[in-house]
Design a protein around this ligand. Sequence first.
Ligand code: ATP
Length: 239
Amino acid sequence: MSASPLLELRQLSVAYGGIQAVKGLNLHLNQGELVSLIGANGAGKTTTLKAICGLLEPQSGEVLYQGKGLKGQGAWDLVAQGLVMVPEGRGIFTRMTIDENLSMGAYLRRDAAGIQADTEAVYQRFPRLKERRRQLAGTLSGGEQQMLAMGRALLARPKLLLLDEPSMGLAPIMVDKIFEVIADIADQGVTVLLVEQNAHRALEIAHRAYVMDSGELVLEGPAQNLLNDPQVQAAYLGL
Ligand code: ATP
């Protein structure tokens, strides 16, 4: 692990007009960590991810990535630096084939051999996608679309992967598969920030976690401790 965090939020605040969605958030991810960000609907999780990846401008505070401030950089600049988001709702191109969707993930790369090898690796990870590689992505099930969105993100060679509600709306068996894949991606050295409503699963696979409520951080710590915390169990785990 390197000494300085890969990502650091310092007193990050984000507003939509008069609505203060994120209020003075401090958060960090070390290289190689899988960190979950949990909290109820409207807590500010998606807003936080959007501010990290340049889709929303912070009202105040800083986002530091690899030790440098990201102010003024757009999402494309950040993808080129390995900061990649899989958005809520997946954002795949339904009228393009699976192959074409994956190649969009490699849009900024010029290393044809590397792209081909990474595409093959994605197809090995997700054989269902390989079988259907020439079909339109819109014909895939929700779970398969989530896998495609993750595969596309992997083709950008992420250093930091931001995942927004990857298990949302999926059948239980697909939820299992998605969490397996996330853990595996993290094991391979990609740093992951996981936003999830499924707090139980998100805490089970994470090293550390943060809990947000109404735009503020209310708890943080090793994920295992939060899983065993009575306050978290009552408020977020339905125990
Ligand atoms: P969810 O799980 O429902 O996505 P969240 O924790 O990701 O919740 P955000 O989507 O970040 O929460 O929303 C935080 C707050 O900002 C909420 O009060 C929400 O209503 C508000 N908000 C989000 N997007 C907008 C927007 N485009 N315009 C105005 N207010 C917004």
